[in-house]
Design a protein around this ligand. Structure first.
Ligand code: MV4
Length: 454
């Protein structure tokens, strides 16, 4: 096991990783930009190193500075958290070259899954159901047109290097295909420096369901069930839950077994998430994330496992702590992402937290680096915490969530808490009847007035 781990991240996830390290007796090194000198992860770490000015490119994304921080402090491994360098194959490789363990998958697996076409081809080869499509980059409009007419419209043009929905275009008729390919290429070139695009059948109203996997890198791999992340706004997840209200136990075991077998064949190491669109009872692979995800706590709440401790264990060469038959799913968990944003306009709202009173009690977890008096810097993303509730069933989790939202007080900045207070009152949410378009359509409707009618 490692003696000292450097946490190459900030905010709630840096704290999350720090807590895991401390529980298993590993010393921690926090890194921070000058904007984060008074952040909670810095205060709680055993040691800290300032790695640069506020812009992430000069601090949290600066590989030489992170390597230097390891050398100065004698850290033997880096946990990347999520975002920043978590899915940078080059970073993982450089660390290997310096004798520092990257707590994550092999650089090769990160690279494969970072290329959407290679990821899909790999998934298909491993027996995972994928969305029908071009099975490779589009060479020209004529080739795309023949694939699209064989598949049937509507189709979707996607960027190979894509992510976050950028470079994605829906095409409803053959005459629009050429323009869509050109626009998608231009967007992809600008966003990713790679204009390669491919074609998929367009699924009109799917759910986003993702399966958590874990491998030891030596051919053992298990799945930890799914999360339903369909409630998104502009490709940002807002609410995640486990299990999915749309699946039954046999569908869960079915897709889980397929994915676990695939990860065994791949000899995948560490935590991963296989993302699907789910429509009409069928799963369609879209991509795989080779990192710990923001929403991992809902899986922890229903399995009782600590995913960060598992990550550290397998990164240091241990086997998984449990077999598939020992994984059990208990109750229901829901996570709400608390962002420092206006709950109606979603404009960022950095600034000082004048008052902070998080909820508590049975089945309640708040993962956050925020505290009363903390000043949220304007340089990073607006996630300031996550409220996670667990109940013995979905209804109990919803009632608990409603209670927690009424208890949570954050003064001084705007947060998305009022949005969740609206969501928990919606019949579609109570009934689990939502797809990837539900939230955006809900937000287009005017907010209901709370004034009492005469
Ligand atoms: C799709 C799709 C419909 N059909 N692929 C959006 C981001 C990227 N990660 C995958 N995305 C989609 N791919 C096919 N073949 C619809 C989306 C999509 C979406 C997916 C998940 C969650 C929210 C979404 C919102 C809009 C579109």
């Amino acid at each position: 096991m490692f003696d000292k781990v450097l946490i190459a991240n900030r905010g709630e996830i840096a704290l999350r990783v720090l807590r895991a390290c401390r529980e298993i007796g590993i010393a921690t090194v926090a890194v921070h930009s000058t904007a984060d000198a008074d952040a909670m992860h810095v205060r709680l770490a055993d040691e800290s190193v300032c790695i640069g000015p506020p812009p992430a490119a000069e601090s949290y994304l600066n590989i030489p500075r992170l390597v230097a921080a390891c050398e100065i402090t004698g850290a033997d491994a880096i946990h990347p958290g999520y975002g920043f360098l978590a899915e940078n194959a080059r970073f993982a490789e450089i660390l290997e070259g310096h004798g520092i363990t990257f707590i994550g998958p092999s650089p090769e697996h990160i690279r494969i899954m970072g290329d959407k076409i290679e990821a899909k081809a790999t998934a298909r080869r491993l027996g995972i159901p994928v969305v029908p499509g071009s099975d490779g980059p589009i060479a020209n409009t004529a080739q795309a047109a023949s694939i699209a007419s064989a598949m049937g419209y509507p189709v979707l043009v996607k960027a190979t290097a894509g992510g976050g929905g950028r470079g994605m275009k829906v095409v409803h008729a053959p005459e629009d295909l050429d323009a869509a390919i050109k626009t998608a290429r231009a967007e992809a070139a600008a966003a990713f420096g790679n204009d390669s695009v491919y074609l998929e059948r367009f699924l009109s109203a799917p759910r986003h369901i993702e399966v958590q996997v874990f491998g030891d890198g030596r051919g053992s791999a298990i799945h930890l069930g799914e999360r339903d992340c369909s409630l998104q706004r502009r490709h940002q997840k807002v609410w995640e839950e486990a299990p999915s209200p749309a699946l039954n136990a046999s569908e869960r075991a079915g897709i889980g077994a397929i994915i676990a077998a695939a990860m065994q064949k791949l000899k995948y190491r560490g935590a991963g998430t296989v993302e699907f669109l789910y429509e009409d009872g069928k799963f369609f692979f879209i991509e795989m994330n080779t990192r710990l995800q923001v929403e991992h706590p809902v899986t922890e709440m229903i399995t009782g496992l600590d995913l960060v401790i598992e990550q550290i264990r397998v990164a240091s060469g241990n086997t998984l702590t449990l077999k598939q038959s020992e994984v059990t799913f208990t109750g229901h968990a829901i996570e709400c992402r608390i962002n420092a944003e206006n709950p109606e306009t979603f404009m960022p709202s950095p600034g000082k937290i004048e008052y902070w009173h998080p909820p508590g009690g049975l089945g309640v977890r708040v993962d956050s680096g925020a505290y009363q008096g903390y000043r949220i810097p304007p340089f990073y993303d607006s996630l300031i915490g996550k409220l996670i509730v667990h109940g013995k069933n979905r209804n109990e989790a919803l009632m608990r969530l409603k209670r927690c939202l009424s208890e949570f007080v954050i003064d001084g900045i705007d947060t998305t808490i009022p949005l969740f207070a609206r969501l928990v009152k919606e019949p579609d949410i109570a009934n689990g009847l939502y797809n990837i378009h539900w939230l955006e359509s809900f937000l287009k409707k005017p907010a209901q007035s709370h004034s009492s009618m005469p």
